[in-house]
Design a protein. Structure first.
Length: 365
């Protein structure tokens, strides 16, 4: 039984009257958290903050217990800030910052330590119910927000993929099918968690072994240390291009997962080979300067175009793609193969090893 309808309406009206304050608070606290994280040199993929929509609040209150003393303060997500990070270790670093800067409602929080329960379901995010510290809320520019709480969600990019995909799985089936579906979801969650840890380990290994090519000297004058974007690149220069973007691997891996491809965690040798095939197809497709590669990747990330293309590819090969091995470089390989087919179809794909690169994604080695 939910709250009395009149009580729900009363709280809804009260919230609407204060909505501009909550929206302002969401913006202020989002900017504050971003500033605190940047001070610690922690790289963030994205950060967003919002106030709860009034209609969503009414739905939330309508499902609460029959508590006539319920107040707006009992709803922990009137304001939410979501921080999307690269790796689990970044989540732990942000946690330390948050615990030092805000008041924590531990009863309504799920820290990273709380996710270590081996019987937990899924791959959930770290969540904190927070409020401004006494010292900050005493400051003139913050005092009007005294007593307002907010919900903080800390997620890796693969946790975001889980949060996006898992609610779409319909478990409204018979009990036997429900158990089977839940078992599959548990396995997928475990693979996502393993992928997060695997990509962190892989990225650390890449950083350890990477060697940048020193710039050439011309007539004794020093050149810019960055690689010129308007000349044909070689394999080492393309590698340095991807290395310059520390979020690249996680970002493209998350897009592949969101597109519905199976979660695949390659070993370093496999990923190295995937990179070589990507280099081959980029050159064959005429994307042979770094500015052209950058422009192509930017277009793929704008308006989810790359995601939509990957979904189209997966749906076109619905049966086969269920067993495909799509790592980050392979995801880009598929986009180039699909979108630059008019150029590639005129090439000898067997001689160039592009067919082999395509076959290995499908598990044909």
């Amino acid at each position: 039984m939910g709250l009395d309808r009149r009580r729900v309406d009363e709280l809804g009206i009260r919230y609407v009257e204060k909505l501009s304050l909550y929206e302002e608070y969401a913006s202020r606290v989002r900017n504050l958290i971003q500033d605190l994280i940047e001070r610690e040199d922690i790289e963030v993929h994205s950060i967003e903050g919002w106030a709860k929509a009034p209609a969503d609040l009414v739905r939330t209150l309508s499902t609460r217990g029959d508590d006539r003393d319920a107040e707006l303060g009992a709803v922990s997500d009137l304001v939410t800030v979501r921080v999307l990070l690269r790796f689990p270790e970044d989540v732990y670093k942000v946690e330390e910052v948050i615990l030092a800067e805000f008041e924590v409602d531990h009863a309504r929080s799920v820290p990273s330590s709380g996710l270590e329960d081996p019987f937990r379901f899924g791959y959930p995010a770290v969540v904190y119910a927070l409020a401004l510290s006494e010292s900050r809320s005493s400051l003139r520019e913050w005092e009007k927000y005294r007593g307002l709480g907010f919900r903080l969600e800390l997620r890796t990019m693969l946790q975001e993929a889980w949060a996006t995909i898992s609610p779409r799985v319909n478990l409204n089936v018979d009990s036997v099918s429900e158990k089977k579906l839940k078992r599959r979801l548990v396995r997928l969650a475990a693979l996502l968690e393993e992928a997060d840890e695997g990509f962190l380990s892989l990225w650390e290994e890449v950083k350890d072994v990477a060697v940048l090519v020193p710039p050439a000297q011309d007539d004794g004058a020093s050149r810019d240390a960055t690689i010129t974007a308007e000349r044909v690149f070689d394999e080492d220069e393309l590698y340095a291009f991807f290395k310059a973007d520390p979020n690249a691997l996680s970002r493209w891996n998350a897009l592949a997962a969101k597109a519905g491809f199976p979660i695949f965690v390659p070993d370093p040798g496999y990923l190295k080979d995937s990179f070589k095939y990507l280099y081959i197809i980029l050159r064959a497709a005429g994307l042979d300067t770094l500015s052209e590669v950058r422009r192509f990747l930017t277009e793929m990330e704008e308006d989810d175009r790359g995601l939509q293309q990957l979904q189209t590819i997966r749906e076109a090969f619905a049966k086969e793609s269920a067993s495909w091995r799509v790592d980050p470089f392979s995801a880009i390989f598929l986009l180039v193969l699909n979108l630059k087919w008019d150029i590639l179809k005129e090439k000898d794909l067997v001689q160039l090893n592009i067919k082999r690169g395509s076959d290995r994604i499908g598990g044909i080695d």
